[in-house]
Design a binder for this molecule. Structure first.
Ligand SMILES: [Zn+2]
Length: 294
């Protein structure tokens, strides 16, 4: 018998609108409960994708002085104006996993800004982001989120200290191998449940991993007597890879693997050792991510 903590990260308006209802339905079919980490503020992820996918195009446009040809408003649409607030547009969708009995956590207010700018944000700015997200999600659900997961696994000691005021039962901000309580300036803070397994976008297409063997690759990494935590994205497994993820859940069952919300993992109930969180470069991801120190 192998237990895997399953979390769903919801980063965008589209992931919320399309991915969340599809996953809630799929989990009902498979009788699975998991943890949903929601982004509830402005969706500025377009900027992130733009930067990642089209740097050459952008440079070319600057070089050709396209701004003078087309006007700045067209070029900057969706990149300079704040995105629409997800929690205001789709509160009924955000309530769906809650009403279906899944564990609800805060992922982000503004996913893009947290992920791209956390290093430069002051403690007051960090506090404001968590507060806005916490209050919005509390208003939508009628009850506060009990856990949180930093956007893009971008978290550092200052952010950990800021999050203490919100009294989450646990945080899942980093990659690692076992549940631990980070020491920040010598004091223990809220326990961390690290993500132990890679995500779809990190490994697909590399080292011979294709859609034909992706599910088996992940399932083979799930072992008894160790912490197993897997992250899917509403934008990926909830939309384009929904059929593959449906098969993943069937294949898991055949292997005797069951899924639980992170808050139900037995490791959280035992003695939680001290540890440290550090920034680390990880395969398949741009820049640094928070990781459990070895
Ligand atoms: Zn995310």
């Amino acid at each position: 018998m192998i237990t895997v903590g399953l979390r769903i990260d919801v980063d965008t308006m589209r992931g919320t609108r399309e991915g969340v209802p599809a996953l809630v339905k799929l989990f009902e079919k498979h009788a699975i409960k998991a943890t949903f980490f929601m982004s509830v503020g402005p969706d500025n992820m377009g900027r992130h994708l733009w930067r990642l996918l089209k740097p050459q195009f952008f440079i070319k446009m600057l070089r050709s002085n396209a701004a003078n040809l087309y006007g700045y408003d067209i070029l900057l649409r969706g990149t300079a104006w704040p995105g629409q607030v997800i929690g205001d547009a789709l509160p009924h969708i955000i309530r769906m996993p809650h009403e279906a009995g899944h564990e609800m956590g805060l992922h982000a207010w503004d996913h893009y800004t947290w992920q791209a700018k956390i290093d430069r944000m002051s403690n007051a700015q960090l506090e404001r982001h968590v507060r806005l997200g916490y209050d919005k999600l509390t208003n939508i659900l009628g009850t506060p989120p009990t856990c949180s997961a930093a956007a893009g696994w971008r978290c550092h000691d200052r952010a950990l200290q800021v999050k203490e005021a919100f009294r989450f039962r646990y945080n899942s901000d980093c990659r690692g191998t076992f549940v631990f309580a980070p020491l920040v300036n010598g004091a223990r803070v809220t326990p961390q449940i690290p993500v132990t397994l890679p995500t779809y976008d990190e490994i697909i297409g590399a080292n011979g991993i294709t859609h034909d063997n992706y599910n088996e690759t992940i399932l083979a990494l799930c072992k008894p007597d160790q912490l197993n935590v897997y992250t899917i994205h509403a934008e990926v497994e909830g939309i384009g890879q929904l059929a593959m993820f449906d098969r993943f859940l069937d294949q898991a069952k055949q292997r005797g693997i069951s899924f639980v919300p992170l808050g139900a993992l037995p490791q959280l109930r035992g003695v939680v050792p001290d540890g440290h969180m550090i920034g680390e470069v990880t395969e398949g991801r741009e820049g640094w991510v928070a990781a459990q120190a070895a």
